[in-house]
Design a protein around this ligand. Structure first.
Ligand code: FES
Ligand SMILES: [Fe+2]
Length: 351
């Protein structure tokens, strides 16, 4: 099934209900969307020292790809964490090691994934071949986080360049500290969670407390090639970021990278949300919060939690509705849903 989203938002229809319910399309999104885009891997502090090896599973329950980040003299690599002999997981737990040795039959690799030695293989012909080394994935380090991509359709820089000018101004004043991570299980398709995030249209209807802090009339969305930025300007008297835009105070910057990464810049710090599909009707959303030194975050985290619950309730209700035999597709509010329209266009382009 192919999807088409008219580039002209005044004429466009939203994605059809079948996109969210069809198991084959969900499966296809693994190769056509998630393996081709940049995915959050881990915090950089997990592999800070020479020889520190950090195993992780890329999108557990979905891509389920066992990977490994290594550090050789501060050169980081992301490798397949699967032994090229008979497939054992190589590194089970984070550890310090100058090489990787498989515990099954002793195959040894260096920290770049090159196979170094293998017992009892003297007579094996055409060995080692390129497939005996560990596959390397592309790895980028940004804001104390690692991002990886298997077969990226775009450079990482294209995804982050639009937010750089803002971050440059923010991070000269502050150093981020990872403070908290929390997971939410949402009974809905991952794209429903994202498309809700990508419009401020629902704020006055769904988030009454948040709405008091934002100037809804000037809420601003800007779309880029593979990302978008929503600027919530502040109502006077509420906390603001230490930067301005269009000479107005900012309450929050909501930056999204296709398909599933959200960076929310608040007066107290940064909250990164990673949207992790599990099934077509179940999604895990991981919140990783970085507070500025001395920021009082407890009240802020509670407010964030409230907004999250409000969004979850809406998105879970949409999940129930989207499969209805009477729902075909919708239309867009031309000024308020540009981010969602842009997201749907990218999905149609990739699938
Ligand atoms: S599976 Fe790793 S050496 Fe056999
Ligand atoms: Fe919301």
């Amino acid at each position: 099934m192919k999807f088409e989203i008219n580039k002209n938002i005044t004429e466009a229809h939203t994605l059809p209900g079948s996109f969210y319910t069809d198991a084959a399309i969900f499966e296809k999104s693994k190769t056509d969307i998630f393996l081709k885009t940049w995915q959050f891997a881990s915090l950089t502090q997990a592999a800070q020292l020479h020889g520190s090896n950090k195993p992780f599973t890329l999108l557990p329950g979905f891509l389920d790809e066992p990977l490994l980040i290594t550090n050789q003299n501060n050169q980081h690599q992301c490798l397949s964490n699967v032994c090229t002999h008979r497939g054992k997981i190589l590194v089970e737990n984070a550890c310090m090691q100058n090489h990787i040795r498989c515990r099954y039959h002793g195959r040894k690799f260096d920290l770049n994934g090159n196979m170094l030695s293998m017992p009892e293989f003297e007579d094996v012909k055409n060995f080692p071949a390129p497939t005996d080394h560990l596959t390397q994935l592309q790895l980028k380090q940004w804001l104390q986080m690692f991002f990886v991509a298997a077969t990226p359709a775009m450079d990482f820089e294209v995804c982050i360049d639009p937010i750089r000018p803002f971050i440059k101004q923010l991070s000269t004043d502050y150093i981020y500290q990872p403070t908290l991570s929390r997971d939410y299980l949402v009974q809905a398709h991952w794209a429903l969670y994202c498309e809700n995030y990508l419009e401020g249209f629902h704020i006055p209807f769904v988030h009454h407390d948040l709405n008091k802090t934002l100037d809804y009339s000037s809420y601003h969305t800007q779309c880029f090639k593979y990302s978008s930025l929503q600027i919530g300007y502040a109502q006077s008297g509420y906390p603001t970021l230490p930067i301005q835009h269009n000479e107005k105070s900012i309450a929050a910057l909501y930056y999204w990278m296709f398909p599933n990464t959200m960076l929310n810049f608040y007066p107290w710090g940064l909250s990164v949300n990673v949207v992790k599909p599990i099934t077509p009707h179940l999604t895990r959303v991981s919140f990783i919060c970085f507070a500025y030194p001395n920021a009082d975050v407890s009240g802020q985290i509670n407010a964030l939690d409230k907004v999250e619950r409000e969004d979850e309730a809406i998105v879970e209700s949409v999940q129930k509705g989207i499969g209805s035999r009477f729902y075909k597709h919708g239309r867009y509010a031309t000024k308020r849903e540009t981010g969602t329209h842009h997201f749907h266009g990218l999905i149609a382009e990739f699938l």
